[in-house]
Design a binder for this molecule. Structure first.
Ligand code: ATP
Length: 211
């Protein structure tokens, strides 16, 4: 038994289910995610990975089962700023620049201590594009502008749906670096990916979606 098995989990799902038209999208799920852990959500196209992350983010109602946050039944108002979801839709305003998009996100969710838009955008590879309207960025640059939120906002749990999509080799390595430093500093993350995730921060948990 490891320390993570005995510590209070950040997030715990018990018989978690989601139904569409009275049909379960996936079999009931049980899992625990602790501070410092990465979980890979695995499954074929249509198996429910995005649905699961959207439920965990509070964007879809749970049909059955329970979710616990830091040992208590999950109350959205208590953990709102602690959970950050990045989905297929990047949630960027196309007419605004990466810097302006970050300002809006920080206004809603707060900022990590010591973080600033300029340094975050430089780290994410958008130096020189800080003030360009997002609609003029490439697909990979848009993805980076969305990922910049991970560095700026103070969330402890990252829910990342296909975070590697549209990224080049350097961008993929950057996402892995972000995941490693986040989990090294007590954060946790759940990630879906159809590619290979080469995470060097220890063996990730695996959450397998079954029909
Ligand atoms: N808005 C929607 N309305 C109705 N059904 C939906 C909707 N979104 C998804 N579904 C269905 O729910 C199921 C799960 O979809 P979901 O997007 O969660 O799968 P996924 O594992 O993320 O797939 P992928 O690997 O293709 O991204 C699929 O059968 C899909 O057709």
């Amino acid at each position: 038994m490891t320390a993570a098995d005995t510590a209070l989990p950040l997030l715990e799902a018990r018989a978690l289910s989601f139904f569409r038209q009275d049909e379960p999208v996936f079999a009931p799920l049980d899992f625990r995610l602790h501070a410092g852990e990465l979980a890979l959500v695995e499954g074929d196209n249509g198996s429910g990975k995005t649905t699961l992350l959207r439920m965990l983010a509070g964007l879809l109602h749970i049909s059955a089962g329970e979710l616990h946050w830091r040992g208590e039944p999950m109350q959205r108002d208590r953990c709102a700023g602690e959970i950050l979801f990045l989905g297929h839709q990047l949630g960027l305003k196309a007419d605004l620049s990466p810097r302006e998009n970050l300002r809006i996100a920080a206004g809603l969710h707060g900022m990590r201590e010591g973080a600033g838009a300029a340094s975050v955008l430089a780290r994410i590879g958008l130096r020189g594009y800080e003030d360009e309207p997002v609609r003029r960025l490439s697909a990979g640059q848009k993805k980076r502008a969305a990922l910049a939120r991970l560095l700026l906002l103070p969330a402890s749990l990252w829910l990342l749906d296909e975070p590697y999509a549209n990224l080049d080799r350097i961008g993929i390595a950057l996402v892995n670096d972000l995941l490693e430093s986040h989990t090294d500093t007590g954060g946790a993350a759940m990630v879906t990916s159809h590619g290979t995730v080469s995470f060097h921060g220890g063996e990730p948990r695996r959450i397998r979606m079954h029909d």
